[in-house]
Design a protein around this ligand. Structure first.
Ligand code: HEC
Ligand code: HEC
Length: 195
């Protein structure tokens, strides 16, 4: 009896994944892979990695790109996506395996470790880990930073600071405006090496 039930749950679960992949795959092949890669690995550092990024965070960003609340290259990519497309794409990329970078400048990454876990009490920078998690793994609504490209993380921090990226309800603006250039490079380098 229980075995039968488990089997049905498995079949339903499997079918849901397949159904969303059926919607996602053609869109990924046609559009997303050119910049983000088939597995969300984004081998070009100009584009963010989506592999293992949280589903709800991806959904929010795609809605914000579609509505124009977050601005950039992605506005064009998201404008024709339907709500079911967005759900399927978020499920697709969030299920892909995560990757980390090899950090070249170890000393710089150590400064990043300090900022990430302790913040900077002299300038009022909070510890990133208090929101993004001890291993930068993020959470249901907060982005994963672990393994992300250093350059993308640094760019986003600059954009939060100068308000070019303003779809975060000002939380990240108040964090980023207190970071120095050295702290930005250091913390970006540190998280890129986490898995
Ligand atoms: C021409 C290149 C390009 C294509 C094609 C593209 N993207 Fe993007 N994407 C970007 C860039 C660049 C960013 C970073 C935000 C910015 O600067 O506009 C981004 C950001 C994102 C983000 C936010 C990531 C984060 O960490 O906040 C998501 C989600 C995303 N893209 C999903 C997609 C999906 C889904 C597709 C296919 C429908 C797609 N992208 C197609 C270039 C592209
Ligand atoms: C009070 C909570 C909080 C703290 C502390 C915090 N963040 Fe964030 N961060 C957020 C939220 C919320 C978002 C998502 C914004 C959105 O929805 O667009 C975010 C987004 C980001 C992003 C964009 C990720 C992407 O994929 O585009 C980066 C990069 C980032 N944070 C870095 C940092 C760093 C580095 C620190 C420490 C110096 C930090 N954050 C501290 C809440 C926080």
């Amino acid at each position: 009896m229980t075995q039968k039930l488990l089997f049905f749950i498995f079949v339903i679960f499997f079918n849901t994944i397949q159904a969303s992949d059926e919607i996602a795959l053609p869109i990924v092949q046609d559009k997303c892979q050119h910049c983000h890669g088939m597995q969300g690995e984004a081998s070009n550092v100009l584009y963010p990695r989506l592999a293992g990024q949280h589903k709800n965070y991806i959904i929010k960003q795609l809605h914000d790109f579609r509505s124009g609340k977050r601005k950039g290259t992605m506005n064009d990519m998201a404008k024709d996506l339907t709500d079911p497309d967005i759900l399927a794409l978020a499920a697709y990329f969030s299920s892909k395996p995560t990757l980390k970078h090899r950090v070249r400048n170890k000393e710089l990454a150590q400064v990043g470790w300090f900022i990430f876990h302790r913040g900077n009490e002299y300038s009022g920078v909070p510890a990133c880990s208090s929101c993004h998690g001890e291993n930068a793994e993020g959470s249901d609504k907060l982005p994963r930073l672990a393994g992300q490209h250093k350059r993308y993380v640094a760019d986003q921090l600059m954009e939060f600071n100068n308000r070019k990226r303003s779809n975060d309800n000002a939380i990240m603006h108040s964090v980023a405006e207190k970071l120095t250039e050295l702290e930005i490079q250091a913390v970006s380098s540190y998280v890129s090496g986490l898995e």
